[in-house]
Design a protein around this ligand. Structure first.
Ligand SMILES: *Cc1c(COP(=O)(O)O)cnc(C)c1O
Length: 347
């Protein structure tokens, strides 16, 4: 990265003096009388504001992820971190960002909400990208590049050498969304966090961790980048119930490992069964907890399944995904119900 962080951050954000909450100003463990935050003294434990920096949770996550706590940001879903990178780095109507196509839709939505141009580069027929093609559409106003690996909705890992090439050559930040990394055989970029001052790795509690309901996303980056996120986030962005539930999950993360193992086996089984279905045209290899399948008629099969009480995701209108459905791996009985319905489908 040739540009300094100060050159990349929006000047107003660089200069910003953040709001300092009562719990920011006092966060010692020794006090027992708290009369600083206008809280109601009754209704324990819900009466107190939560820790604005989720220190306890981060200490435990830090052990599991093998990343220092100062390199971790927690958000109200990964979506909060995606929005914050725009707000921190992209000057509306001036700066732009680059993403692959097809990929997760939130990058573009966040770009549009923030009035930032989103430049798309079509993947090849193997759903792969090259660093050169992303760099070719970038200019001096390109602040961010978004990569998602394993990619959604295609399910494949992006080529690691190309990601590394981009990290070396690009003058802005590279956001690598690893929402599905737990299901993947690929090595997480978390292990190389210290090597790349311009990487932001996103992970989430919503998929392998089985906690989509609590809305908790993780961003990992240099401590300088993390402190910019902390400066502009809402003071109490992670509520106490979420922090508590996440801590409980972290303490029994062996459960997550067990779920991942089962879901990977189930994916392999379901993929084999799909290959034998008359409505399957092409099955795309997946390293996630879902797979993309090209079928004879996606629109008709989608609505047939809805009629059977089964919802899959139609990706028919997405680039390179004509007649494709995205199928999440469920429990064995759910997967069997899906297969049974598809075997009875009369195209
Ligand atoms: C599901 C998903 C997420 C998770 O978003 P949350 O806001 O953490 O629930 C992030 N990125 C991708 C690519 C996803 O598919």
């Amino acid at each position: 990265m040739k540009k300094s962080l100060q050159e990349l951050v929006r000047p107003n954000i660089w200069k910003l003096k953040p709001y300092s909450s009562a719990r920011d100003e006092y966060n010692g463990a020794t006090a027992s009388v708290f009369l600083d935050a206008n809280e109601n003294p009754y209704n324990n434990p819900h009466n107190r504001y939560p820790d604005p920096l989720q220190r306890d949770l981060k200490v435990h996550l830090s052990q599991i992820k093998k990343v220092p706590a100062e390199n971790i940001f927690l958000g109200n879903g990964s979506d909060e971190a995606i929005d914050l990178v725009f707000r921190a780095f992209c000057e509306p109507r001036i700066d732009n960002v680059v993403g692959i196509d097809p990929t997760y839709g939130m990058y573009q939505v966040c770009a549009e909400v923030n009035d930032v141009e989103y430049r798309k580069v079509l993947l090849d027929e193997h759903f792969q990208f090259t660093a050169d093609r992303l760099l070719a559409v970038s200019d001096e106003h390109t602040k961010l590049m978004f990569l998602c690996s394993p990619n959604n909705p295609t399910g494949n890992n992006l080529c690691r050498e190309e990601i590394e090439k981009l990290l070396e050559a690009f003058d802005g930040l590279v956001v690598v969304d690893e929402a599905y990394i737990d299901f993947s055989e690929a090595r997480s970029f978390l292990l190389d966090l210290a090597k790349h001052p311009n990487i932001v790795v996103l992970q989430t509690f919503s998929k392998a961790w089985g906690c989509a309901a609590i809305r908790l996303g993780m961003a990992f980056a240099s401590k300088e980048i993390i402190s910019i996120f902390n400066k502009i986030k809402y003071p109490y962005n992670i509520n106490q119930l979420t922090q508590k539930q996440a801590l409980e999950m972290v303490l029994r993360h062996y459960e997550v490992e067990r779920w991942v193992k089962v879901l990977k086996e189930e994916r392999a089984w379901l993929e084999e069964e799909f290959k034998a279905l008359p409505c399957t045209v092409q099955l795309f290899p997946s390293d996630a907890n879902f797979f993309l399948v090209r079928v004879t008629d996606a629109v008709s099969i989608y609505s047939y399944l809805v009629g059977e009480g089964i919802i899959v995701r139609s990706r028919h209108t997405v680039s390179l995904c004509g007649n494709c459905l995205r199928v999440t791996v469920g429990t064995r009985p759910e997967n069997e119900q899906l297969l049974k319905a598809l075997r009875n489908y009369k195209g």
